[in-house]
Ligand binder design. Structure first.
Ligand SMILES: [Zn+2]
Length: 413
């Protein structure tokens, strides 16, 4: 159903903030000794273990009718979660509220109002309008802090900036291990969508283009839909950024940023040749298969603790050690696809703290998984290339933005 606007005027209620505006022209222009506000507004939050009936009853609303009503408007009372915020509006002369508003998702809200015939309601969709924004960030410590500094709160809130860091790490999951391969003076330019709601809230939309300079290497990424209509990221030459192997088999967002680079083995108390890369992460963090392959080991293996080993094409094997446990179904012979969860971070074997020990071997010889050449990505289908190049040029112009070119906001440099 379409949003029908301001049914009774007064307050526009959203996410904890109540914006008030005049009830009507008459109210504003009324006599100078304004009457006290005739409405009272309050909000209430669904608490742990509470039902909708509990909350409505507490607010003096006839729960019996209203719960059925919200169900008919698409909010399943059995699926509501604690923390859901309800806004109530009550005329001062009344003993119960006459309007209830609850935002059920970023895209929708339900508005209930009490008429003389009883409660009725509507479901309103919240419109989000994308706005293209260019972001330029220089790394001092990490991707997080770089984006934190480059983007003002008024443009995107802190949570959304963190999400942006995760999205960027995902775009480059096959080329860069953001947990350790990003250094001071590396830089990142992005063209992103910032979505603005009709209520003025902002959130992150899609990342349209990126240009990362890491260790003097330029890595462009342009968003485009492949032949199946699935969006992906491609370089200047229309080659996919995807490769046969992920750089890190743990999601960037799960990896501890305070990771120690020391190779000093805390249990053996000796320095030893390290054959892999360690990722410090909370116990239980999912570990992914770095590439397609077949499990050739899933069991206890001395200092490795619980170990999964996968054989891939071209004599490549990968090992994942110290796992707390294996993912269900992971056993010898099992075929896995890239990014399938194969186990969970733990500290079995010789490990003093939870971490993943990851090895990348070629014909049995350990290689640095972060440096090994994974070749070019798959090129975009021939039929799509012309369209891609047009889009690439458009996005490239936005990335290298010339001041005041078009409707793009330049927010940081
Ligand atoms: Zn290790």
């Amino acid at each position: 159903m379409k949003r029908i606007g301001l049914i009774v005027g007064g307050g526009l209620l959203l996410g904890g903030v109540i914006l008030t505006y005049p009830m009507s022209t008459r109210d504003v222009q009324g006599d100078t000794s304004r009457p006290p506000p005739s409405y009272q507004e309050r909000q209430d939050t669904l608490r742990r273990g509470e039902t909708l009936s509990d909350l409505f009853t507490r607010q003096g609303v006839e729960a019996f009718t209203v719960v059925d009503l919200v169900r008919s408007l698409g909010l399943d009372p059995r699926r509501v979660r604690e923390g859901l915020v309800f806004h109530f509006r009550q005329a001062v002369q009344d003993s119960t509220p006459s309007i209830v508003v609850v935002r059920t998702s970023p895209e929708a809200r339900i508005r209930l109002y009490r008429a003389s015939t009883g409660w009725t309601g509507i479901r309103e969709s919240i419109q989000w309008v994308p706005e293209v924004v260019r972001v330029a960030a220089t790394v001092e410590q990490s991707l997080y802090t770089a984006l934190e500094r480059a983007i003002a709160d008024s443009v995107l809130g802190s949570d959304e900036r963190t999400r942006l860091a995760w999205d960027v790490a995902e775009i480059y999951a096959w080329s860069i291990d953001f947990s350790r391969d990003i250094q001071a003076n590396d830089s990142l330019t992005l063209v992103i969508e910032r979505l603005v709601s009709e209520e003025g809230d902002t959130r992150l939309g899609r990342v349209l283009a990126a240009e990362l300079w890491a260790s003097g290497r330029r890595m462009p990424a342009f968003r485009y839909a492949d032949a199946g209509g699935h969006p992906g990221y491609f370089d200047d030459e229309a080659n996919s950024l995807r490769r046969a192997f992920l750089r890190a088999p743990v999601e960037f967002r799960r990896i501890s940023s305070s990771f120690s680079r020391s190779r000093y083995h805390p249990i053996l108390k000796i320095r030893r040749r390290h054959e892999g890369t360690d990722y410090s992460a909370t116990s239980g963090t999912p570990v992914m298969a770095a590439g397609d392959g077949r499990v050739i080991r899933a069991g206890r293996a001395g200092g490795y603790g619980n170990l999964v080993e996968i054989r891939h094409v071209n004599g490549i094997t990968t090992r994942y050690a110290h796992l707390r446990r294996f993912a269900s179904g992971i056993r010898v012979g099992r075929v896995v696809r890239q990014s399938d969860v194969i186990g969970y971070v733990g500290r079995t074997g010789l490990a003093s703290a939870p971490h993943l020990h990851y090895e990348f071997r070629v014909h049995g010889v350990a290689r640095d998984s972060r440096r090994v050449d994974l070749g070019d990505g798959k090129p975009l289908a021939e039929a799509l290339r012309d369209g891609f190049f047009t889009e690439r040029d458009r996005l490239h112009a936005l990335l290298t933005l010339l001041p005041r070119a078009g409707p793009v906001r330049r927010i940081a440099d």
